[in-house]
Design a protein around this ligand. Structure first.
Ligand SMILES: Cc1ncc(COP(=O)(O)O)c(C=O)c1O
Length: 410
């Protein structure tokens, strides 16, 4: 009989659970020993594991005020909102606190409908926005197909597919009509680390302005230093209308998401009802975790560290491409978010997964279901996202482990 709880996104029989005991920095303690975490678990543990300051802030919050309804005001909630808005571009004036990334996108979609009166939204096939119903409808990969028919009115585009240059969004927006929102991961994360070209967002922004659509940038994975800037979209020159956050907002230490809202969108709700809110929204434990995590990013200069280590990670992975050129394709990344494309086929992908386990390295190995590349392109990708407290020595150690795992399947 399988475990008395469901393992998500897989069949239950034969599920390979991750038996976690604890961890420190970039290291995980698992039932089978010490594992070097090059995935930040599921991209959320940017401050590193076992962070005492964050744990103590949570404990202190639990003793002070452990429960609050979503309409309560308490000092940490106010401080967190102010800190987030101070880090957002000029003109952002409101935060809606949510449970996590999926319902941040869910609420951004509702806000876009309430403000524009339009239900249509554009998103990318190679994008992921969460697993709740609206968010999974926005997503482009197999996880959407698993629950279709999804929300009506969501149109997907091929932007960032290797066969497409530039953006289809302006043309699709024109042909479709009545588009209320565009949802884009600033840098596509889990589906293969896709970095839009220079000028891409500026063009999308102009199209949204022409058609009266709101531009929602999903920073759930790319945000909070992952790409070497606090928000991924800061690599381009434009201002979104809403920014959705989750994951590393709390470093994974609490459940909290947020929608950051520009004044031009927020102002509508001065006089109209904001029809959003769940019982546990802005929960004090998540808020305390997020507040301390933001302080840790600043005090430990973790965003700067991610930016500083980017060239070393690129050089290490390119050296592996040189050694294993018959299986390694493109290597790309920003900050400490990298993808190494791989030509493996199903059997060798399974062997690489086993080899990475033997090497005690945790990373995200993706297959054709996730990255959905056209025929002729590498069908797998190893996505790397270590905690941002990584040192140069730990980086080299991780790259060496990947090298040994690749040697076993090459
Ligand atoms: C870009 C992006 N958006 C949204 C989500 C959903 O976040 P959560 O699963 O925390 O609800 C994810 C999760 O992987 C994500 O990568």
């Amino acid at each position: 009989m399988s475990d008395p709880f469901f393992h998500t996104w897989q069949a239950q029989r034969g599920a390979k659970p991750f038996e976690l005991r604890g961890g420190e920095g970039v290291w995980l303690e698992t039932a089978s020993g010490r594992v070097l975490d090059f995935g930040a678990l599921v991209y959320q543990v940017n401050p590193g594991h076992g962070h005492r300051r964050i744990a103590e802030a949570i404990a202190a919050q639990a003793t002070r005020l452990a429960v609050a309804p979503p309409n309560a005001v308490y000092p940490e909630k106010r401080e967190l909102a102010e800190r987030l808005l101070a880090k957002a571009p000029k003109g952002f004036t409101k935060v809606l606190f949510t449970l996590g990334g999926s319902d941040a996108n869910e609420n951004a979609l509702k806000i876009a409908r309430l403000v524009t009166g339009r239900y249509k939204a554009i998103a990318r096939y190679r994008g992921y926005h969460g697993a709740t119903f609206g968010a999974v409808s926005l997503s482009g990969d197999w996880r959407r197909q698993a629950v279709e028919p999804g929300l009506p009115g969501i149109v997907h585009v091929l932007d960032l597919d290797p066969t497409i240059t530039g953006t289809q969004i302006p043309r699709v927006m024109e042909l479709e009509g009545n588009v209320g929102a565009v949802f884009l991961e600033s840098v596509v994360g889990a589906n293969g680390v896709l970095i839009p070209p220079k000028g891409y967002y500026e063009e999308v922004r102009a199209a949204c302005d022409r058609h009266g659509a709101l531009l929602v940038i999903d920073e759930v994975l790319a945000g909070f230093g992952r790409t070497g800037k606090l928000f991924g979209f800061e690599h381009w020159d434009f201002t979104p209308d809403m920014i959705t956050c989750g994951k590393a907002l709390t470093g994974g230490y609490g459940t909290l998401g947020a929608v950051l809202v520009h004044e031009r969108v927020a102002e509508r709700f001065e006089e109209h009802v904001l029809a959003c809110g769940l019982t546990h929204h802005a929960h004090p434990i998540g808020v305390a975790a997020a507040l301390e995590t933001l302080r840790v990013y600043d005090d430990e200069k973790l965003v700067e560290n991610a930016a500083a280590l980017e060239p070393r990670m690129r050089a290490g992975l390119l050296a592996l491409r040189g050694r294993f050129s018959e299986i390694v394709g493109d290597v790309r990344g920003l900050g400490l978010l990298f993808a190494m494309e791989l030509r493996l086929g199903d059997a060798r992908r399974a062997s690489l997964s086993a080899a990475l386990r033997e090497e005690k390295l945790h990373a995200h190995l993706k297959g054709p279901k996730e990255i959905r590349v056209p025929e002729g392109f590498p069908e797998s990708a190893l996505v790397l996202s270590p905690p941002l407290c990584l040192t140069a020595e730990e980086l080299d150690e991780g790259v060496a482990r990947i090298g040994r795992a690749l040697a076993k399947v090459a």
